[in-house]
Design a protein around this ligand. Sequence first.
Ligand SMILES: Cc1ncc(C[n+]2csc(CCOP(=O)(O)OP(=O)(O)O)c2C)c(N)n1
Ligand SMILES: [Mg+2]
Length: 803
Amino acid sequence: MQDAVEEKKDISFNDFKAEVINDYKIAVNSRECSLLGRREVLTGKAKFGIFGDGKEVPQLAWAKSFKNGDFRSGYYRDQTFMMAIGQLSIQEFFAGLYANTDINQEPMSAGRQMGGHFMTHSLNEDGSWKNLTQQKNSSADISPTAGQMPRLLGLAQASKVYRAEKNIDSSNFSNNGNEIAWGTIGNASTSEGLFWETFNAAGVLKVPMVINVWDDDYGISVHARHQTTKENISEILKGFQREEGTNGYEIIRVKGWDYSALIEAYQKAEKIAREEHVPVLIHVIELTQPQGHSTSGSHERYKSKERLEWEKEYDCNIQLRKWMIENQIATDEELSAIEKDIKKEVRTGKQKAWKAFGEIAKKESIVLVKLLEDLANSSENKAFIQPYVNEIKQNNEPLKSVLLATARKALRQVRFEQSEAKTELINWIDGFKKKTQPQYSSYLFNQTELQATAIDEVAPKYNEDSKEVDARLILRDNFDQIFKTKPETLIFGEDSGEIGDVNQGLEGMQKKYGEIRVADAGIREATILGQGIGMALRGLRPIAEIQYLDYLLYALQIMSDDLATTAYRSAGKQKAPLIIRTRGHRLEGIWHSGSPMGGILNLIRGIHVLVPRNMTKAAGFYNTLLASDEPALIVECLNGYRLKEKMPENLGEFKTPLGKIETIREGNDISIVSYGSTLRIIEQAAKELTEVGISVEIIDVQSLLPFDLNHAIVESVKKTNRLLVIDEDVPGGASAYILQKVLEEQNAYQYLDSQPQTLTAKEHRPAYGTDGDYFSKPSSEDVFEKAYAIMHEFKPDEYPKLD
Ligand SMILES: Cc1ncc(C[n+]2csc(CCOP(=O)(O)OP(=O)(O)O)c2C)c(N)n1
Ligand SMILES: [Mg+2]
């Protein structure tokens, strides 16, 4: 009996030993990758390196508490963690550094992101969800410091939603909301507003979120004394500590080189977050940067000799090694042998990655050399082409860009010739572009059958009894239908909950569907967006409401950096089909009537931008988007909620198509293209223009991104031969975007008999009051006169000058 107990003890000590040794191996492996990685950059094989050296040991402890179904939202220091959860091999690490575009070789972004930006795959090849509860998950990293925080909030909130809402099919996403969302952030990046906004919001929402702060006292060269009050983030966050009867955080501080203390800290954090849904801060202090911040500089320039010496001694890997020897887990010799083996392994992995990276271009270069030789031999300009042949021949490790650039330059040399060799080269260039360009440009959207543009239009249905109602009621009743039939949908925003939004489009919905699904949010637009992104990444269908279009700017950075790039930066392996609801255009004053559509359009390629002119169209867009899986922004007309519209009978079903214009008035003399609230003013002007004999065709764009996929606008221009684009944005804003699309993509210039023109708001923000509006935004008189002037230029006798 005694023997059995002893034996069990031995086994458990042996298990423990084996686990620690395995951890040490991962730590050494990761470090070796960092060291060699830096060398690859310095010798020019890779362009930039940012590594996780000095942060290895806490990540080993964290990985032990990270369970299947959990999510990470972190930053570029987390390579050891990714290795510890089995999601990053040596070869993959180097494939990322070199930018291998094969997702199977470089699963972190297919070469789109610089190394150090991690992710796991949430989607199968066909775009369907994997079972996220059976794998360890990481949302795809972004580079802007603290940009990972808003999404972290949503990833954590998803657990809360799944725990509370039993009607949702959670089988791929959650096991009773037991999943933790783990964040990582550097000490200096906690200076960002996004960190504070997220921190507060998670305390309010009571979500299972654990934030790790990796504290190495620096943010590149800038010391903590310039970053953080008291130079200590957990000290100044003490007010967030939960107390008897309050919400709040559990706050833990632990040294980053103390292996056993770290394990204990993570176990504690895990239990609290997982079971109680209480957020936790783990402030991991006394970390180091053995190689400095990145490959772009050396830390000897800004760290004191004492600091550098301290960093050497307290290097977490060195401390772990020392602790293992002291506790008889391994001997010095055993560890040295491990280190030697790993060095070799890392070198081999690196070589394999380099070979794989170069293979495709190498194969192509053989083909190209042959084609160029044939071209040279058949050309009068052989002397000019031969250097290109030699250039490629002598390049043992050619890049794809070098091959293509050389081929294109060689082609110029035979511009006056015709030959078979020339045709072959042209074919090669076309073929190479066709297969290579998508490696860099695909997946701006998800490219599945659930693409929003693939969803067919369904017209609203009316009967004899259909009533004219306040337009907000159409939205409300349509939302009612959505919430009733789609349990995974939820909406949140400032005043969206109890009062049912500032314009009553959600009136009564919270009472009906509960506070989780129809929720008020704090005044914090960036994290409202983040809630949406995180929840969408975990299979929910959130609608994030930003109260007014003018305040979208607070969320725009996260829309641009995170949501708009989700599909692209993950090469289609993640999706966040978030709908952003807002209201804008004309109302009152500088910050309640902006229409900065050009700025928005330019910043969020990767998100659809929809500008319905009324609430029926808007409701139809919600229905379309919920049948698809892509992110979108819907801008409702702020001055349209009380206008009358007919209530459709097929609520929840009628669908407004994306990328399709609507001609809302037919005419022969001039095509006016616009969208949103401005259309009502144009309609008024069009009536007045008819009175003087000018027939206006009015086109509602409806969908700015995607834009008129059928090229219908040019058909109108073919008829009228005149084009006027009108909106409420600044000059050169969205109107310039529309002109580019119509003139350049649709080639409308060929059919124009008059100069294409734009009419926009003034360059300044719109002033307050009725007169402020009149003198800031286009009025129906402006529209009349602009269209009239175009006709005057065309037929001065028929349309004499007005003044
Ligand atoms: C919004 C933004 N500003 C600046 C940068 C450039 N930058 C990259 S890392 C970094 C310092 C981050 O320091 P810290 O958060 O302490 O993380 P560490 O690198 O020390 O782990 C800065 C300023 C950035 N990536 N994003
Ligand atoms: Mg730092």
